[in-house]
Design a protein around this ligand. Structure first.
Ligand code: PRT
Ligand code: ZN
Length: 287
């Protein structure tokens, strides 16, 4: 009989493993007593978690061995499988960039015409170069791409960069970013309606968790004559809640604000008369 549980493939051990499990936990999915066996059943949700290498996830999901998966967008784009990209998850952020030895006089992509470029992402690189009308010879290698220019195996590399320190410590400089990547939730194109309903349920929770992460609950006090000015600075979900304080002529303002907007606006809020500003994390947010 066909398995009715929704089966999710995540990376067994690597940069996305902990964050994937954290996301499930925050979404209220309990997986007790697991020690990264291949397949584990959630305690309180009709979900099985399959722990595998990230490179295998696109194929497993396409072939229906798993119904959904969490994997880097870079892996998905390179694998060229037929999948639904359901949601960007906001972690595992990195970029795919071209880098050259630091003494290389790089001015534009044309400087790479006819050069040897080493990468583990030949599909993405090939597409990027042809979109930009540059012809280079691409060398697919499976690891330690960053050492290839030093051993004269390549003139340039195309690889994942996050802090950039790997490039620097290998005497390379990042010259061109081709794309950004982050962890994404992907799904098989032909899942049953039962499984689709389970996916929707998980997705609703994941969105609530991620929305909450990007927003903060803000409380502040202000003199009544600056309330309008302060309200204008707080682009809340709806209009802010304003309550009178015991102190004559003062009110307390509560609202939800995007974390980035908060940092942008902090000085303006203070200048407008805000005092006692509190910023509180939100656990779940349903709008
Ligand atoms: O064993 P398995 O095949 O499952 O894992 P893996 O070794 O292939 O992948 P892993 O765990 O290294 O990365 C998983 C995913 O994390 C990648 O597919 C990306 O989507 C994402 N990610 C985010 C990164 C990085 N940041 C990253 N910095 N993947 C790799 N790196 C490497 C990069 O290859 C380079 O060697 O880190 C180095 C650069 O880092 P900086 O900080 O020095 O620039
Ligand atoms: Zn891998």
């Amino acid at each position: 009989m066909e398995n009715r549980s929704l089966r999710l493939a995540i990376q067994k051990s690597g940069r996305l493993s902990e964050k994937s499990l954290e996301l499930l936990k925050a979404a209220g999915v309990r997986i007790d007593n697991y020690s990264r066996q291949l397949l584990v059943k959630a305690q309180n949700f009709d979900l099985e978690i399959l722990f595998i290498r990230d490179d295998d996830i696109p194929e497993y999901v396409q072939d229906g061995v798993a119904d959904i998966g969490i994997v880097g967008e870079n892996i998905i784009l390179e694998a060229e499988k037929n999948l639904d990209l359901v949601e960007k998850l906001g972690f595992g952020k990195c970029r795919l960039s071209l880098a050259v030895p630091k003494q290389f006089k790089y001015e534009s992509l044309k400087d790479l015409e006819g050069k040897n470029i080493a990468t583990t992402y030949p599909v993405i690189l090939n597409k990027y170069l042809s979109e930009n009308n540059v012809k280079a010879s691409i060398h697919k290698i499976s690891g330690s791409v960053e050492i290839t220019p030093n051993i004269n195996l390549a003139d340039a590399i195309f690889d994942i960069v996050s802090t950039g320190s790997t490039l620097i410590s290998n005497g390379l400089k990042e010259v061109q970013q081709a794309l950004k990547s982050e962890a994404v939730l992907v799904a098989n194109k032909n899942i049953t309606s039962e499984k689709k309903a389970l996916l929707e349920k998980i997705l609703f929770r994941v969105r609530s968790v991620n929305l909450a992460k990007n927003n903060k609950y803000i409380l502040l006090n202000a003199p009544n004559d600056s309330l309008d000015k302060i309200s204008d600075l707080l682009p809340g979900i709806k209009s802010p809640t304003i309550m009178p304080l015991a102190m004559e002529g003062w009110s307390s303002i509560h609202t939800v604000i995007k974390e980035d907007d908060f940092w942008e606006n902090i000085e303006n809020l203070k200048n407008a008369g805000a005092q006692g500003i509190l910023v509180v994390p939100i656990e779940k947010m349903i709008v």
